[in-house]
Design a protein around this ligand. Structure first.
Ligand SMILES: [Zn+2]
Length: 199
């Protein structure tokens, strides 16, 4: 046996993370074993994540055992305008533009085959419940802030069908973002313009 059980266990833990294959995981494990200081920092950083929870309304992170996150509890934000994003990093990019003052729903990565995962269906159901119970059945606007790729278009059309009756206006970010590009990597000016010219 070339690798010990301990090393194998660590490699297998890394390979459960998105984007990390077995070769990459093996390199990381050997790197950490040879850099005890970095290993300690990593462990400390990761263990503090145990205190971070998920907001039950928008599914962004929440700390200090608050039930809702700071976006969902901020009275100065417009709770009738809701941007649907795939990832936390998309939310962060939209926040950086300082142009969006509504609230969010993080849906999770959309699959290319257009089929929603159970968790995504649950999140959409929680949005519909919020709109029914807190907004009288219709939001002012739902903005789909989904990447302008072919399968993004496909997902947008079925999300629109599913959610249209829950909003007076249903919009999508304008094509300021290069086609096939990603919201996460768009600069603030481009993303601000895509937000302003949504249609
Ligand atoms: Zn929230």
């Amino acid at each position: 046996m070339i690798l010990s059980e301990k090393i194998k266990k660590a490699i297998s833990a890394f390979t459960e993370l998105p984007g990390i294959g077995p070769r990459h995981a093996t390199r990381l494990v050997f790197f950490l074993v040879s850099s005890p200081g970095k290993l300690k920092n990593l462990l400390a950083g990761l263990s503090s994540l145990l205190d971070v929870k998920i907001c039950p309304r928008c599914f962004f992170t929440v700390e200090n055992s608050d039930s809702l996150c700071r976006f969902c509890t901020d009275p100065s934000r417009d709770h009738k305008t809701i941007a649907i994003v795939e990832k936390e990093t998309d939310l962060i990019s939209l926040e950086r533009t300082t142009k969006f003052k509504g609230r969010y729903l993080i849906l999770g990565d959309l699959k290319k085959n257009g089929v929603l995962e159970d968790e995504q269906t649950r999140r959409l159901a929680s949005l519909k419940n919020f709109i029914l119970e807190e907004l009288g059945g219709q939001a002012e606007e739902i903005i789909l802030a989904i990447n302008p790729t072919t399968f993004g278009d496909f997902s947008a059309s079925f999300l629109e069908k599913d959610l249209k009756r829950f909003a007076k206006r249903f919009t999508r970010l304008a094509r300021g973002i290069p086609s096939g590009g990603e919201i996460e990597f768009a600069d603030e000016e481009t993303l601000s313009s895509a937000l302003e010219h949504r249609n």
